[in-house]
Each structure stands twice: as structure tokens, then as C-alpha cells.
Design a protein around this ligand. Structure first.
Ligand code: NAD
Ligand code: 89V
Length: 342
């Protein structure tokens, strides 16, 4: 039962308040929080009513003995922290991007499998209310067989001031944001066996690419275009909205600005508002992302209590990560790349 769980949280930085607010709203006891930075750990414990705070993750796991662990650190620390949880036989959630390399991701999946503990990547975009609603329309079959899809995330919103580590990422937007929209392409159209990508770097202050356009050939014959940038100058700026068009044999789906969802079926267009509700702790423009954190964590609790694999398990996320790797390979060579199969 969700209300009976106790979580140990590692990482109390920029994004952690969304997880901590969600655990509180879900009735999960925050047994302890941990951050290398003592001030951040203390502040998070006070603000979110955690019983204890620590600056060392191993000490926290030994002393607080949570039922599971939520890792909200940046990716270089994910592999050692997941290995620590596996040694302690604790189920674990880890934020995206899963890790700096595909080999690290595979190692985490193997380690948790060997230890018999659940591992989920906090891949929250598919838990966004408007994006989930698109999946429901697909499931109703009213647009027939999907043939073509475009998933687009274009913004000029300043995401780097709050997350300064992004300036130094050699592999930047495909891992930071592309990983979400590539996951959505899989969620809607299934696995892809061909990836062609072009990457651009616009902001001279960043090391990696900050604009990408990727074409996926799906195994079922459908094609999708996934495009994203942090350097759009378009007004209005729609951050952090994802726009979707899917054309099928019998109709079409169009998730447009302001979460307006148009569905064409039987030659007729119907439009609904698919926006996420505001929660007591969410605010615009971030609310669609914040609300999805709540639903991602609720999904984890449901699957943990049922003993079932989460939708975005480590093993599942290897397939999304393989698309990102293939995009880097394609952008570097100018050739289409077949993603590695796990
Ligand atoms: P951040 O740097 O602000 O916070 C991370 C915190 O983890 C820091 O305070 C750091 O001291 C702490 N930390 C690092 N290693 C540690 C360790 N071994 N033990 C204890 N504490 C440790 O980073 P952030 O912006 O909060 O991002 C964290 C992760 O969340 C990133 O992977 C980022 O991509 C992801 N993120 C996801 C979303 C989303 O919508 N899913 C949005 C923003 C960020
Ligand atoms: O890290 C992320 O997921 C962010 C976003 C702004 C989309 O939340 O890039």
C-alpha cells in the first residue's frame, strides 16, 4: 500500500522539490534525504518533513533503512549509487538521463537484475497528462494504423541558469531532452530500427549540441520526426510543451499549443483541452512537467506493490537510450544507424 512506504532520497538540488512534493502528496514517508552539500540536505529535510538528513548515501541506507531509494542526482553518480542500492537489496528509481554511456546503463540493469531489485528510470514525459491522452486516443483505434508522426519540443526558455552543469555536457540536448521525446516516439509507434540525425550547436557557451532533428524508421513501417531545441526564438515560447502530430490510415491526432488536442476521425474534427491540472505545489509554465513527476512516482508505487516491472524500467529505458546513441552515431557519420538491441 503506497501510504506505508518509506523513501530515501539522494540528491536535493534543482529538480528534487518536485519529487519531494510528490512523495508528500502520495503519502510516502520521507525516511531520509541525502546530499553531498550539507546545507541542501538540511534545507530539504526541513522543508519536506524528512525524518533525517545525511551527506553520505551509504550511511543513509544503513541508518535510515528506507523501503526504496529515489536518486535525483546528475548522471555521473547514477551507476555507483544504483550499485550501492543493489548491494543493500533496495528497489531504486534513478532520474534521466540514465547514465553517460550505454555501457553504464547496461551495467546498472544487470546489477539490479542479479540482486533481484526493481530499477526504474524516472522517465516522466510519457506520464504527462496530454501525452498520455494521445496514447489513449491511439488505443481507441479511431485514427486507424499510425503511419507518420512528428514530436516537437522547441523553446528558448533559459534552462541553463538553474542547471549550470548543462554548459559542460559534451553530449547535451539529445541526452537531456531528446531522451524524453525519443521515449515518446517508442511509446506511440513502437521500436525503431533506423535512426538518421542532424545536430546543431547554437549557443557558443555550451559544449554539446543544443538543436537536433532525428528521423526514425519504426519496425512497423511508420516514420517519425523528432525535433527539439533550446534555442528557438519563436513567440509565444511554449516551454515546456511537447507538440505531437500523428497521421493514421483513418484519421489524425494533433496536440497543439496550449494542450489543445484535435482528433480527426470519420472525417470529423473534435477538439478537447488535454492540459494537466494545477496541484497545490505546481505552477505555470512547469506544471505539466511537475504533474508528470507525481504520476511517474504513483506508477512506481503501484508496480512496486504489485511486484510488476514499471513501464520505464531500466531494461525498457535501454531501448530509448539506444536511440539516443544511434542519433549521436548518425550525426557524426551522416549515415542512418541501426540502434543496438538489448
Ligand atoms: P542538481 O545538480 O541541481 O542537483 C543534484 C544534487 O545531487 C546536488 O545537490 C549534488 O550535490 C547532489 N549529489 C550528487 N552526487 C551525490 C551523491 N553521490 N550523494 C549525494 N548527493 C549527491 O541537478 P538537478 O538539476 O536537480 O538534476 C538532477 C537530475 O534530474 C539530472 O539527471 C537531470 O537531468 C534530471 N532532471 C530531470 C527533469 C525531468 O523532467 N525529468 C527535469 C530537470 C532535471
Ligand atoms: O531535464 C529535463 O527533463 C528538462 C525539462 C525542461 C524538459 O524538464 O530538460
Amino acid at each position: 500500500m503506497p501510504g506505508t512506504y518509506r523513501v530515501g532520497v539522494i540528491g536535493c538540488g534543482f529538480f528534487a522539490p518536485n519529487h519531494l512534493n510528490s512523495w508528500n502528496e502520495l503519502g510516502v514517508e520521507i525516511a531520509a534525504v541525502c546530499d553531498l552539500d550539507e546545507a541542501k540536505a538540511k534545507a530539504a529535510a526541513e522543508r519536506f518533513k524528512a525524518a533525517r538528513w545525511f551527506t553520505d548515501a551509504a550511511t543513509m541506507l544503513h541508518e535510515a533503512r528506507p523501503d526504496f531509494v529515489d536518486i535525483i542526482t546528475t548522471m555521473p553518480s547514477h551507476r555507483p549509487l544504483v550499485a550501492l542500492c543493489a548491494r543493500e537489496r533496495l528497489p531504486v528509481i534513478v532520474q534521466k538521463p540514465f547514465a553517460p554511456t550505454y555501457a553504464d546503463c547496461v551495467a546498472m540493469v544487470d546489477t539490479c537484475k542479479a540482486a533481484g531489485v526493481a530499477l526504474m528510470v524516472h522517465e516522466n514525459f510519457r506520464f504527462q497528462a496530454p501525452l498520455r491522452r494521445v496514447r489513449e486516443v491511439l488505443d481507441r483505434g479511431v485514427i486507424g494504423t499510425p503511419l507518420w508522426c512528428r514530436i516537437s519540443f522547441r523553446t528558448g526558455y533559459d534552462i541553463k541558469t538553474g542547471q549550470p552543469y548543462l554548459f559542460n555536457e559534451e553530449r547535451f540536448i539529445v541526452l537531456d531532452l531528446g531522451i524524453h521525446v525519443l521515449d515518446i516516439a517508442r511509446f506511440y509507434l513502437g521500436e525503431a530500427d533506423s535512426v538518421f540525425a542532424r545536430h546543431q550547436r547554437v549557443d557558443p557557451r555550451v559544449k554539446g549540441e543544443d538543436m537536433a532533428t532525428i528521423m526514425l524508421g519504426h519496425k512497423n513501417g511508420a516514420t517519425s520526426i523528432v525535433d527539439f531545441t533550446y534555442e528557438s526564438r519563436k513567440r509565444p515560447d511554449l516551454f515546456p510543451q511537447t507538440l505531437v502530430t500523428i497521421e493514421g490510415t483513418k484519421g489524425a491526432i494533433d496536440l497543439g499549443p496550449g494542450f489543445q488536442l484535435g482528433v480527426t476521425a470519420n472525417g470529423k474534427l473534435t477538439v478537447e483541452n488535454a492540459a494537466s491540472p494545477l496541484r497545490s505545489w505546481t505552477s505555470e509554465p512547469w506544471h505539466v512537467a511537475q504533474d508528470s513527476v507525481y504520476h511517474t512516482q504513483a506508477h512506481w508505487l503501484a508496480r512496486l506493490s504489485e511486484g510488476r516491472e514499471p513501464e520505464t524500467s531500466g531494461a525498457d529505458n535501454l531501448k530509448t537510450y539506444a536511440l539516443a546513441e544511434a542519433a549521436y552515431g548518425s550525426a557524426a557519420t551522416g549515415q542512418a544507424v541501426k540502434p543496438v538491441e538489448s
